[in-house]
Design a protein. Sequence first.
Length: 292
Amino acid sequence: MIQVSSVLVVAFGFVLGWIHAFWVRCRGIFARRAKLLGAALSSFSVLALMGGTWFYHASHSSWQANFFAEVTSQDARAVSGNKLAALLEEDPALFLIDVREDEERQRGFIPGSRHLRMADIFAGGWKDFPRDQVLYLHCATGTRSRAVADFLKHQGFDAVYLDGSLEEWSRNGPLWEGELAFQDATSKQLQRRIKPEKAFELWQQGVLLVDARHESWLNSWRGVFSLPTLDLPSEELQERLQELPGPQPVIILADKTDLHDFSAFLAAVKLHALGYEVKGTLFQPEKLFDGL
C-alpha cells in the first residue's frame, strides 16, 4: 500500500509540474483562462489521487480478505478423541476411514472403521466415498489423516480428521481391538540410523540403497532403488517390491521432511518381512556422495 501511494504521489507531482509549465506559457496571452484551467486541473488531479488511493485500498483489502477466507475454508475440521468416541457410540455406522498402512491395520483397529491406505485414496479411492455423509479419518498420529482430510475437502467432501494419537485413543477408550503397531523390539531395531561413512563403505561393497523419499535425483546413482512407500498405491507398491533383486543387505535413504522418515521405516518393515537385512537408515543421504 505504501509503495502504491508513493507512486501515485510522484505521478501527482509530474502532473502538477506539467500544469505549472503550461500555465507559465499561457500566462501572457490567456492569463485569466490559464489560472482557471490550472485550478480545475489541479482539483481534478487531487480528487483522482484521493479516489484512486481509496479504491486501491478497498479492493486490495477485499481481495486479501476473500483470499484468506477461501484458503481457511478449505482446511478440514478436526475432532477430538472423546467427541469421536461419543459419535461412534451414538452411530456405529459412522463412516470412519483408517488411512494407515496394512501392517498397522493388521495389528489393531477401531471396530467399525473402514481401511484404505492414504496412497490408495490419493490414487482415486476417494471416488467411491459417499458425498451425503461426513467422512471421519484417522491414522496413528493425525498427520496422514489431516493430509487426506484436506485433500477430500478440496474434492467437495465434508471431511473430519481425528486430532490425536491412537496411543491416547487405545489407552483412554474401549473402542479398540488388538494392539498398537510397531511397538515390538524388531520394529525399534529397524528404526536405527547409520552414519554416512559406514553407509559409503557398505555401498562400495555392493549393499543396495533404497530411497524411500519422493522420486529424486539419487535414483540415477548405481545401486539406488526407489521405494517411496507412502506415495505408492498398493498395486504399484507390490510391483516395485517384486522388481527388487533377491534378499540382500540394504540401506534406507530418507530425510526428516514430509513423512519421509516414516516412509523409510515402512520400507524397512516391508523389506525385512521379505528377508532383506536392513543395515539402517541414512538421513541426509546427499552426504553419502560428497566428494564423488
